[in-house]
Write a protein that binds this ligand. Structure first.
Ligand code: BYC
Ligand code: FE
Ligand code: FE
Length: 469
């Protein structure tokens, strides 16, 4: 039977029912997506009823609908923020000119590459997280995992919509390839580094949603400024879903922190012996996922970033907070590596834009870490989680290939090799964390290593049956 693409099946505000070309493209792609979801999406649970949020419109109040749904029946939709009439380029060489509704020929490759890179991260994260349903610390957390997974699936749809609608035949080919690369696969890996790292347990999942989804927030915000209007409008709507992903990460780690503090106050105070995750171990996983996520902003000095800004395709975070939007002749003051030494220098602003965005991201991460530290303080414990230096454990950009301690001191290779296990999870840490990962599927119950959430989802109680067993 022919696969019928309808508005009912695919909630949208892009006039899908009137767009034959898009219907045809999706008729081919949608079954491939479902195959991918069944093959590479969450292991197990596919036939269960999960209490999920579905995007059903773009109204700020009431865009989301909550109900039980089986994941393969999730209604992955296509939503763009409504068009603002008269919108003009907010930055770059075309500043003040009307935005584009079609892809300008001279920037086609650049744009396609950005859309594909963004699109690639979405299914990658689902693949990374696919086994976690076997060890969820509670039904509440299990549901949040699947919520994040289906929404990353929708983010893939968002990018595929752009590829299929605006990039012709090669866009359709790219859309297919998004379902063919695999996270961590040596032959056809996902494009960006952090999306090939294993997320093999829930501590890494929470750190990933705290730090890596937050990269998503900043990259999407930069693309939300785009002068290619369909990209801007798509990314704006994606950001409404992103907030929940970062909430899952930040509050997840905060609950582990709280539990660790409670256990520290028990007689003996040995957190690990009582089935908790101790604060020094949390610090190591924060160091790992934060540094992997810093890599996602690209090189510190980047002509690609300069070109994307000049073309009006990728702006800064909240571009309208800035006074000046062309950035010709201005500079960014930052650390750079010169002949093996760290020196502070002025870099032409357009070339520094990856670092400018990373700097905004770092501030946002720090605000989240401050909230964790407040929890520790409120528990009466004297300890702080600290974000490491932006040079620590980098694999992309100018710090890659050199070694730095968490406080930013340059180290020789021998010192790094000897001390690395103090700063990043070592084999024993990973084994210990995995040893704690046992499923807890009883309503309202929590695993030993995590405190309950402050409140439930959608104003429901914490012990609601978020996943029907
Ligand atoms: N890994 O000039 P450079 C999300 C490549 S997360 C591997 O330094 P540029 C989400 C680069 O492609 C948000 N390769 O950087 C979160 C280039 O290759 P070519 C994802 C890397 O070009 C959680 C070369 O190195 N969105 O949504 O400015 C769950 C030199 O590049 C990496 C985006 O990333 C890396 N980390 O690229 C689910 C937005 N970094 O041209 C979802 C779209 C750089 O020499 N992408 N390279 O072959 C972009 O804006 C840009 O492509 C980058 C920086 C931010 C990645
Ligand atoms: Fe996403
Ligand atoms: Fe996300």
């Amino acid at each position: 039977m022919a696969n019928v693409i309808t508005d009912e099946k695919i909630p949208n505000n892009v006039n899908l029912s009137g767009d034959k070309r898009l219907q045809r493209a999706l008729e081919a792609w949608q079954p491939a997506f479902i195959d991918w979801w069944k093959q590479m999406g969450p292991v197990g649970w596919q036939e269960r009823d999960i209490y999920l949020r579905t995007a059903v419109s773009v109204e700020t109040d009431g865009w989301a609908h909550f109900d039980y749904v089986k994941m393969p029946d999730y209604r992955w939709g296509i939503f763009l923020e409504p068009k603002q009439e008269g919108r003009v380029h907010g930055f770059g060489d075309f500043h003040g000119q009307p935005v584009w509704d079609e892809v300008p020929g001279e920037f086609r490759n650049l744009l396609r590459r950005l859309v594909v890179t963004q699109g690639d991260t979405e299914p990658a994260s689902v693949e990374q997280q696919r086994a976690l349903g076997a060890t969820a610390p509670s039904l509440y957390d299990l549901r949040n995992l699947f919520q994040v997974n289906v929404e990353e699936g929708r983010h893939l749809w968002a990018m595929v919509y752009l590829l299929q609608t605006y990039f012709g035949r090669d866009g359709r080919e790219e859309a297919e390839e998004l379902l063919q690369r695999r996270s961590g696969d040596s032959d056809k890996p996902r494009i960006l580094g952090a999306f090939n790292e294993p997320t093999s347990h829930w501590l890494s999942f929470f750190m990933f949603t705290m730090f890596t989804d937050r990269d998503g927030k900043y990259q999407l915000a930069a693309l939300a400024e785009s002068g290619f209007d369909p990209l801007a409008r798509t990314c704006r709507f994606m950001l409404t879903e992103e907030a929940h992903h970062m909430f899952v990460g930040e509050s997840g780690v905060q609950r582990i922190v709280r539990r660790a503090c409670e256990l520290m106050k028990q007689p003996g105070g040995d957190v690990r012996a009582q089935g908790g995750i101790d604060l020094p171990t949390l610090q190591k996983y924060a160091n790992l996922w934060y540094s992997l996520s810093l890599d996602l902003f690209g090189g510190e000095v980047s002509s690609n970033a300069a070109d994307a800004f000049a073309a009006g395709i990728k702006g800064r975070y909240k571009e309208d907070r800035y006074d000046e939007h062309k950035l010709i002749g201005s500079h960014f003051s930052m650390d750079v590596l010169e002949e093996g030494n760290v020196v502070h220098k002025d870099v032409p602003m357009r070339n520094a834009l990856n670092e400018v965005l990373r700097t905004e991201y770092i501030k946002d991460c720090q605000r989240g870490v401050d909230r964790w530290n407040k929890t520790i303080k409120d528990e009466g414990i004297s300890w702080e989680i600290k974000l490491p230096s932006n040079k620590f454990h980098r694999q992309i950009g100018m710090w890659a290939g050199h070694h730095f301690s968490p406080d930013g001191a340059m180290l020789d290779a021998a010192t790094w090799a000897a001390r690395k296990g103090e700063w990043l999870p070592n084999v024993a840490d990973e084994a210990f964390v995995k040893s704690l990962m046992h499923p807890v599927y009883e309503r309202g119950k929590m695993a030993s290593w995590i405190a309950p959430p402050n409140k439930g989802i959608n104003a429901l109680p914490g012990d609601f049956e978020y996943v029907r067993l």
